[in-house]
Design a binder for this molecule. Structure first.
Ligand code: ARG
Length: 455
């Protein structure tokens, strides 16, 4: 029998039961549902809304049910619709009358909002820890590669020399922001909705703050309609995860490029690569490709959630049950991607020589020639033009800039002098860029130290 069957004269069509039920996926909320109920029951007892004996009996049995679920002793019932009613039904079957009092001053609408907030808070913390792991691995590698020169790219064309450390630290900055975004999101998850009931609060004199403190929430929701209506906190989490995956997918793309024969900047460890079923020579970057590919489903969940919420009238609507599978999938996906991605990065081999060689060709020091001329009094637009002609000359004569003779230099501008040769070494190009944020060894080192302190 359904907990809400009083006003019905017929039982639900099995098709509807199946369609309506969310226990298949919301069972994962069992722990939060039970802890939320324990806090609610304690508060009901303290406030004299149920007796202290009833309250402690309910709490004791709820914790037993929790243990039984964890030991695999309980099978949920599709007929009981969702996790909230499953647990309430089990409770009533075990302690009878007292169990029937648990739902006093509560609705599934504020209950589900509570469970989701508690679940997301925990996952939010776990994911931030995983990001921190990845950041730690990256700064370790960066520290060991402060002098490793590689080409920086724009349009995937060699642009200016940077260091591998500088490049990795770019991702560290993105990941730090991802962590920060999640902790901003956490602050908005950390608000306790119980007491909002179905939508209009309740006439019982509940102590909402007591429940909030018991459950480790910072504050309580301000408006009962809002508290059961909105899922912006779910959306925000899905958004934070989408941005994180966007960053990981860009990094993955670079890993795929870098381990290609064409780049050969890195080699992935055998433990983090896969083979081909037909081509014996292949070693494929499947991990990076899957992270890149899975970004799609995380974006998809965000879009599904936005669309699901669009134009819903206040307050609760059953549409909102659809929030779960979407955000659960985002969380599962991110939690699968982060550790394997971190392992792949941690074990990759870096081909320093190939990075340097790539930076040597492609005229990545051309900007420094233009800047050299500026420092000798040539206006930048002219120096840019002169250097462009010089590069065209080098391409035509199949020469690197460093191979030009002094006469050749002078034929482009009389201000060129012998010191040009030291200005255009890649080391000078990199280490001369000492502004905050730049690739110079000392600057990247300082930036690594700053991040270490932050962690
Ligand atoms: N399973 C429901 C959900 O996930 C719980 C809330 C149900 N509330 C209701 N009024 N039917 O949204």
């Amino acid at each position: 029998m359904k907990l809400w069957s009083g006003r019905f004269s017929k039982s639900t069509d099995p098709l509807v039961d199946d369609f309506n039920s969310s226990i298949r996926f919301d069972s994962r909320l069992y722990k939060y549902d039970i802890l939320g109920s324990v806090a609610h029951a304690k508060m009901l007892g303290k406030c004299g809304i149920i007796s202290e004996e009833e309250s402690s009996l309910i709490c004791k049995m709820l914790l037993e049910i929790l243990a039984d679920i964890e030991n695999g002793k309980i099978e949920f019932d599709i007929d009981a619709e969702d996790i909230h009613m499953n647990i309430e039904k089990i409770l009533i079957s075990r302690i009878g009358e007292a169990g029937k009092k648990l739902h006093t001053g509560r609705s599934r609408n504020d209950q589900v909002a509570l469970d989701m907030r508690m679940y997301l808070k925990d996952e939010n913390i776990k994911i931030r820890e995983m990001i921190t792991e990845l950041i730690t691995v990256l700064i370790n590698i960066a520290e060991k590669n402060l002098d490793v020169i590689m080409p920086g790219y724009t349009h995937l064309q060699r642009a200016q020399p940077v260091t591998f450390a500088h490049h990795l630290m770019a991702y560290v900055q993105m990941l730090l922001r991802d962590r920060e975004r999640l902790s901003d999101c956490y602050a908005r998850l950390n608000v306790m909705p119980l007491g909002s009931c179905a939508l209009a609060g309740t006439t019982y004199n509940l102590d909402r703050r007591m429940t909030a403190i018991e459950l480790g929430f910072d504050s309580i929701t301000e408006n009962s309609i809002d508290a059961v209506s909105d899922r912006d906190f779910v959306l925000e989490m899905a958004f934070c995860l989408s941005v994180l995956m966007m960053h990981l997918s860009r990094f993955s793309e670079e890993i795929v490029l870098w381990c290609s024969h064409e780049f050969s900047f890195i080699e992935l460890d055998d433990a983090f690569s896969t083979g081909s079923s037909i081509m014996p020579q292949k070693k494929n970057p499947d991990v990076a490709e899957l992270v890149r590919g899975k970004t799609g489903r995380v974006y998809g969940s965000l879009m599904a959630l936005l669309t699901m919420m669009k134009a819903l009238p206040l307050a609760y609507n059953k549409d909102m049950q659809e929030d779960k599978e979407a955000v659960f999938d985002s969380i599962d996906t991110v939690k699968m991607c982060l550790p394997v991605f971190t392992g792949m990065i941690k074990t990759m081999k870096i081909n320093r020589g190939n990075m340097l060689n790539a930076a040597r060709s492609g005229f990545t020091n051309a900007t420094d020639i233009a800047d050299y001329l500026v420092k000798k009094g040539v206006p930048f637009r002219d120096s840019h033009n002169i250097t462009g002609k010089l590069v065209a000359y080098c391409i035509e004569h199949k020469k690197d800039i460093s191979e030009l003779t002094m006469e050749e230099f002078k034929s482009f501008s009389p201000v060129f002098e012998d010191d040009i040769y030291s200005v255009i070494t890649l080391e000078a190009c990199v280490n001369g860029r000492k502004l905050t944020g730049g690739p110079a060894n000392e600057i990247v080192k300082a930036s690594i130290e700053k991040v270490k302190k932050l962690l």
